[in-house]
Design a protein around this ligand. Structure first.
Ligand SMILES: *Cc1c(COP(=O)(O)O)cnc(C)c1O
Length: 453
């Protein structure tokens, strides 16, 4: 084993196709349903929200989809992203495990989100759309879409979850620098926002509410479409560049992962890293355990139910079969804003049901402890979301220390925390709390699930 730290690919080795895992699964995921008819939604139902090219990708049966040249040109600003071997963290933990992380913080906005924002803006612009609306929780997705809209000449309007809008003024300024307009959510600009404010004037918002606002605005204007930064099949598809690159980088390293861990909000960075490895596993070429890590305050995979539910709070989206805590569930304002979503990607939920991945939920203080440990060893301060994955890496590495196993652990370090430092301030200042999530609270939200289908 070499002492190398970074495994780098040349630009010419950047993937030219996205990988669609659906044809390789033993059975396809259940389709989205129209909330009125309870029939599978057709392309016409989705056309007010998404361009045809993305609707086609959402339901594609092709294993590989070409990445347009215009998208590859933008990807080359930061891709291929580096794979690191965490030698210093391994030493600090005293573990025989070998830990690798695929670092997506090198993108223009500091996370994996531009991997899908860029193609989404490209396809919308190509079909004559002039404006995109969206929501943002941590601010990463809003920044990514604002950047992508600037590249392809689209207007961009963002509803930023109130808690994040107040805590992260620099995210708002970043979006505005790229040319976007930013509103706190809930806002009084939409029917859905006004309904929430009427009941909870001090609402700190949620991704579900912000999605309702952005969807409502897009549906009302024929030249505007909506863009989602996670959850949907086409988003996970675009993120597979992460895993495809990592596979090649593991060849350079002469290693094979035994455990792959990633944090899951809607499932896109995790799916993007894991799916190409899952393809190899299904083909019998490797056998890593693949583990999703979610926050204990928003545990859709580990404590939610697998059922048809709305993607948003107001019930404007199609019904998605997914692991959900109920669309009315408002998670506590934990610092990992990108993980505060009531549901989980239907594709990932299906793969979880098939038993192809497992999941754990971790409390935020343990996660930030791992984030600090990682920062002090590796020099990169992880975004609050991937501290969840790192905490599970630390647990796994310490288990190896006890057993003496030399496991190879791979994780997605899907973003840095340069604009999330107040969260570290709360942790270092001893002000961070672990929110309990009583069973009754989950039951209350689940009682409002749409009638079973
Ligand atoms: C958005 C975001 C997440 C959560 O979204 P996924 O679709 O689950 O990846 C996690 N980490 C970071 C840094 C994010 O920006």
């Amino acid at each position: 084993m070499s002492g190398r730290t970074k495994f780098l690919l040349d630009e010419s080795e950047m993937p030219t196709q996205w990988y669609n895992i659906i044809p390789d699964l033993p059975e396809p995921p259940p389709p989205p349903l129209h909330p009125g008819t309870k029939q599978p939604v057709g392309p016409d139902d989705l056309a007010p929200l998404f361009p045809q090219a993305l609707i086609a990708q959402e339901v594609s049966g092709e294993s590989y989809i070409d990445i347009p040249d215009e998208v590859q040109d933008v990807y080359r600003l930061w891709r291929p992203s580096p794979l690191y071997r965490a030698h210093r963290l391994e030493r600090a933990l005293g573990t025989p495990a070998r830990i690798y992380y695929k670092y997506e913080g090198v993108s223009p906005v500091g996370s994996h989100k531009p991997n899908t924002a860029v193609p989404q803006a490209f396809y919308n612009a190509r079909e004559g759309v002039t404006k995109l609306t969206t929501e943002t929780g941590a601010g990463q997705w809003g920044s990514a879409l604002a950047f992508a809209c600037a590249v392809f000449g689209l207007e961009c309007e963002v509803w930023q979850v109130r808690a994040s809008y107040d805590q992260k003024p620099y995210r708002k300024l970043m979006m505005e620098t790229f040319g976007a307009t930013v509103h706190p959510s809930p806002s009084d600009l939409t029917v859905s926002g006004r309904a929430v404010l009427a009941e909870h004037p001090d609402s700190t918002g949620s991704l579900g509410i912000a999605i309702s606002e952005a969807v409502e605005m897009a549906a009302a204007d024929p030249d505007t479409r909506y863009a989602l930064g996670s959850v949907l099949n086409h988003v996970l598809l675009h993120q597979t560049v992460i895993g495809e690159e990592a596979l090649k980088q593991f060849e350079l390293a002469g290693d094979t992962p035994d455990v792959i861990v990633g944090c899951t909000g809607g499932g896109s960075n995790f799916g993007g890293l894991a799916f190409p490895f899952l393809r190899e596993k299904l083909a019998g070429r490797m056998s890593p355990a693949i583990r999703a890590v979610e926050p204990a305050a928003c545990p859709s995979l580990t404590r939610g139910v697998y059922a048809y539910d709305f993607g948003d709070t107001a019930g404007l989206t199609p019904l998605l079969k997914m692991h959900t805590l109920g669309h009315g569930f408002i998670p506590d304002p934990i610092h990992a804003g990108g993980l505060r979503y009531h549901g989980m990607s239907p594709l990932l939920s299906h793969i979880y049901e098939l038993g192809l991945i497992d999941a754990v939920a971790l409390p935020q203080q343990e996660c930030f402890a791992a984030g600090v440990r990682f920062a002090r060893a590796e020099g990169i301060i992880p975004a609050p979301e991937p501290t969840h994955a790192l905490a599970e890496c630390v647990r796994e590495a310490l288990r190896c220390k006890e057993t003496g196993e030399e496991k190879v652990i791979l994780t997605a370090l899907c973003g840095h925390a340069h604009l999330d430092l107040p969260a570290y301030g709360a942790y270092l200042g001893g002000e961070m709390i672990d929110h309990d999530l009583p069973e009754e609270e989950i039951e209350r939200a689940l009682a409002e699930l749409p009638a079973s289908t």
